[in-house]
Design a protein around this ligand. Structure first.
Ligand code: SR1
Ligand code: MG
Length: 420
């Protein structure tokens, strides 16, 4: 096989491509004729294979030169694999043990060979199945605090941070997807949009003519594109998290870019709120829905509280970058100055995070890329009811984000909407 020309893998060609590769054979065994290979990619973009040999298994992920969800009519550069590889290495340093270990990267073939996580399942699937994972809120709260703080000018040597901004700034096409699919398309009659029930039509029309909402969506797009604060995962939803009872791992950072600290936090929390509103479409056991909903609200609170306290801890112990330097706050007569600055920074993350969460909810119901939480609700009436409650929460968060002061206030809104 020509190693200089990209070729999409298949179960037949994969052993030829990777059979002689020591990084792979050391993990799973040398006899590639005995490998079993299954393609399991269910995302929107890539091929994903589980490759099992006599000694073990690995994941082989390959980017395709187009958007898998749409087809070859939407080309997408292979270089997203390069950004995913570099994001994984940085996240592994910033929060060890939280991302899969990478064994091999081939830039030309856009292949990453990495740890096969087992018996992990995708968090979104677990939540649809009504599973309550006790450690997810804390683990994810720590992950976002550590990766986002340690990738910013609060922590990094500024020359290294600027070099990294320059490296990741070429992930243009993936940012372009987010800029259009997340921040703009849901609020216009875009060709790629769809919502799955006509029952939503009146609410969708209302949202698309809501001036305050459209202004906020564009303000948030402005923050997304202009605030190169830290290395974001870029697509941190519950489909990008794998779990067991004890472990949480974050996967798929191909959308990595330098953006606002608040972006990953908001996208992630939005997906727990969507899970909350989708529960009425999934549960049949008596009482189970209420338990699950309570679990989801508590997980959101744990995630945010953990993020805030770990971010504050890192602020107090690891603030070695160019921002809010300790030298400016050394005056013992005013020990609260650094704490005042911290509170202002966290308040800004909070209000932006709420806005991003609201927009993420909208795009998953009105835009191109939907999520299984709602899509797998078979009854259209019920699906529309779940989706409309989520859409209303999204509007509330985006428009009122600077007037909302606590998750307790949001909880009251969420529970009121659920009873509608
Ligand atoms: C065309 S890509 C659509 C979506 O899939 C990815 O997972 C991202 O969420 C993107 O917005
Ligand atoms: Mg993905």
């Amino acid at each position: 096989m020509d190693s200089q020309v990209f070729e999409a893998l298949s179960a037949e060609t994969l052993p030829v491509r990777l059979g002689g590769n020591a990084a792979v054979t050391n993990r799973i065994g040398e006899d590639s004729h005995r490998w079993t290979i299954s393609e399991v990619g269910d995302g929107n973009l890539n091929l994903v294979f589980i490759v099992t040999g006599e000694k073990g298994a690995v994941i082989v992920k390959q980017a395709l030169p187009y958007v898998r969800l749409v087809g070859e009519s939407w080309p997408l550069p292979l270089k997203r694999s390069f950004f995913e590889y570099h994001a994984l290495t940085r996240q592994a340093q910033r929060d060890p043990g939280m991302v899969p270990e990478v064994f091999f990267f081939d830039e030309t073939q856009a292949i990453i060979v990495m740890e096969f996580l087992t018996p992990h399942v995708i968090l979104r699937r677990a939540l649809i199945d009504g599973r309550t994972l006790p450690r997810v809120g804390r683990n994810l709260g720590l992950f976002v605090a550590r990766t986002l703080f340690r990738g910013s000018d609060l922590s990094m040597v500024t020359r290294e941070k600027k070099a990294d901004v320059a490296l990741f700034c070429d992930n243009v096409e993936l940012c372009d997807i987010t800029e259009n699919l997340v921040f703009s398309d849901p609020y216009i009659e875009a060709t790629l949009n769809r919502h799955t029930t006509p029952q939503l039509d009146p609410l969708v029309a209302e949202l698309r003519s809501d001036r305050d909402l459209k202004v906020e969506a564009q303000r948030l797009k402005h923050i997304f594109s202009a605030k190169a604060e830290t290395l974001c995962h870029g697509d941190l939803h519950t489909g990008s998290v794998m779990v067991t009872e004890d472990e949480t791992r974050v996967i798929d950072p191909e959308f990595a870019f330098y953006g606002p600290i608040s972006f990953d936090v908001g996208m992630l929390i939005a997906n727990f709120w969507m899970s909350y509103f989708s529960q009425a479409g999934h549960e049949t056991r008596p009482g189970a829905r209420d338990d699950m909903r309570l679990y989801l609200l508590e997980t959101i609170e744990t995630l945010w509280d953990t993020f805030r306290s770990e971010f504050a801890n890192l602020w107090r112990t690891e603030r070695r970058g160019i921002l809010y330097q300790a030298s400016l706050f050394e005056d013992r007569r005013d020990p609260l100055a650094a704490e005042q600055a911290l509170n202002i920074v966290i308040d800004e993350i909070w209000s932006e995070m709420l806005g991003f969460a609201g927009i993420e909810i909208h795009r998953r119901i009105l835009g191109l890329a939907h999520n299984a939480d709602f899509e797998t609700i078979a009854d259209p009436e019920r699906r529309a009811s779940c989706e409309s409650k989520a859409l209303k929460l999204g509007r509330h968060l985006a428009v009122n984000r600077q007037r909302i002061h606590s998750l307790r206030d949001i909880r009251a809104t969420v529970e009121r909407l659920e009873k509608e």
